[in-house]
Design a binder for this molecule. Structure first.
Ligand code: OOG
Ligand code: MG
Length: 260
């Protein structure tokens, strides 16, 4: 795919996000769109935001649990890029009208204490982690009906719209990271329960996978990078006025609200 087309498709996704107006899947008009070009579109899309002064602060892994793969019908783990303007303060609120069809997912996040510049095993990668916290991933596909193929969702920055991290940051050594219970509530009602074991058997495997994807894409993960490991359960839809809260074993809680 030539650079001009990559740029045009990135702009279409950027505009859909800014106007909260969905577009047809890119593959509908570009049936030959492959994964390689889709990664280029994701980069160009995030670059547009960086030009508007957004700061890259991390990555989110996606489609790392069976529940998510089955919910979306896409079975390959991917990553998206997180910028500082996407960070939702714990206890904060968002304008529901800024989103098309938002959903929320229960996750955990890693904060890197040291740069990672090569592919690593889960155990190796964990020696570069400073702390772990509870996290919520706010999704909003820019595609009509929240349906897409693998190249579509890669190009759309893995449906990223926002993320919240809990105020409790604990060293991984203090936790049974491979088996933390997660309980997500909307308006006080439990909408999803799961375990971090659902994330590639252990969320550290998700971080290890990101180190491999980063190395093959040619970027490093600097100190301070935030990495969301991917949802342990299917995502839940969010409506105007909803309050979401995640409780995670040993990590306290994190939450935010969608304003009417
Ligand atoms: C793609 C993003 C998936 C996760 O945690 O699995 C994701 C989507 O489902 O829209 O963030
Ligand atoms: Mg997610």
């Amino acid at each position: 795919m030539d650079k001009k087309t990559v740029q045009a498709l990135a702009k279409a996704l950027d505009q859909a996000a800014r106007e909260a107006a969905p577009i047809p899947c890119l593959t509908q008009n570009e049936p030959d769109l492959d994964v390689r070009s889709a990664w280029k579109i994701q980069e160009a899309l995030v670059q547009l935001r960086i030009k508007r002064k957004a700061r890259l602060m991390g990555y989110k892994m996606g489609l790392t649990s069976r529940a998510k793969m089955e919910q979306m019908g896409v079975h390959t783990p991917i990553f998206g890029r997180l910028t500082a303007d996407m960070l939702i303060p714990h206890g904060g609120s968002l304008d529901a009208a800024a989103f098309i069809h938002p959903k929320v997912e229960p996750e955990v996040a890693f904060i890197l204490g040291r740069e990672i510049s090569e592919p690593m095993s889960a155990a190796q990668a964990m020696t570069h982690v400073d702390g772990v916290c509870a996290a919520l991933d706010l999704l909003d596909s820019r595609y009509e009906a929240f349906r897409f193929t693998l190249p579509d969702v890669i190009a759309d920055n893995a449906s990223s719209a926002g993320f919240a991290v809990g105020p409790t940051v604990r060293p991984a050594a203090d936790l049974d990271l491979g088996c933390l219970g997660l309980v997500m509530e909307i308006n006080g009602e439990v909408v999803a329960t799961g375990s971090t074991a659902a994330i590639l058997d252990h969320p550290a495997e998700s971080l290890a996978m990101l180190t491999r994807l980063a190395a093959s894409a040619g970027f490093t993960l600097p100190e301070g990078t935030v990495v969301l490991a991917g949802a342990a359960t299917a995502a839940a839809p969010l409506r105007a006025g909803d309050r979401v809260r995640l409780r995670a074993d040993g990590l306290g809680e994190v939450g935010f609200r969608m304003l009417d």
